[in-house]
Design a binder for this molecule. Structure first.
Ligand code: FE
Length: 206
């Protein structure tokens, strides 16, 4: 583990620049070699603002209330998300995983930190951590418990390895007692964590 010291990081007794300066150095080198342009970076930054878990939450809320859409989502999530305007980079092949009382789904990228950007946003830090990536595969129920999700022993847990080609989103179960809520209110119950599968949709949202 590194140790922060005056904006620099000590790793194995070697001093390295902080992550911002390292990222800048990598970017400068890629631009210098012609592998990346300033326009590419600006394009990414512009769209990064559009990629957020609220998009996935709207997809889930619609799936809860519209059985025909739900079926389309399960059959071809890429197309179903695109029809709601959520498409593009890292969303070329999205697969929706339906939670049921019998099976809870959780997503991980053991290789790096892939998420379906258009519907989940960029990955959170915990999702990128080596600990989550290694442990959720071996001890999913325990890791979920440590993250505050206690599943019934009757519910099976399936871990899905996302990759450069396939990006998963979880459709959590609709909480009981939400029959009277409108779609917008329902989408407020779905967090990024629920879309990854480390939480349930909650009825405690503000
Ligand atoms: Fe990845």
């Amino acid at each position: 583990m590194g140790q922060l010291l005056g904006g620099r990081v000590i790793v194995n007794d070697q001093t390295v620049a902080d992550i911002k300066r390292r990222a800048q150095a990598v970017k400068d080198e890629l631009v210098h070699k012609g592998l990346l342009s300033e326009e590419d970076v600006q394009h990414f930054l512009h769209h990064a603002e559009d990629w957020k878990p609220e998009n996935g939450a709207r997809v889930v809320a619609r799936a809860w209330t519209d059985p025909v859409f739900r079926q389309r989502l399960l059959e071809d999530a890429t197309a179903a998300c695109a029809e709601m305007g959520y498409a593009g980079l890292q969303g070329e092949y999205i697969v929706a995983l339906k939670n049921t009382p019998d099976q809870h789904n959780v997503v991980v990228c053991t290789q790096c930190s892939c998420t379906a950007w258009p519907v989940l946003g960029l990955p959170p830090d915990w999702y990128k951590s080596p600990e989550y990536r290694a442990r959720v595969v071996r001890q999913p129920r325990r890791v979920l418990s440590e993250m505050g999700l206690e599943l019934s022993p009757d519910t099976g847990v399936r871990v899905w390895e996302t990759s450069a080609e396939t990006r998963y989103m979880v459709i959590p179960m609709r909480p009981a007692g939400t029959e009277s809520l409108a779609v917008d209110e329902l989408s407020a119950l779905v967090t990024r964590e629920a879309l990854i599968g480390v939480a349930l949709a909650t009825d405690l949202a503000p």
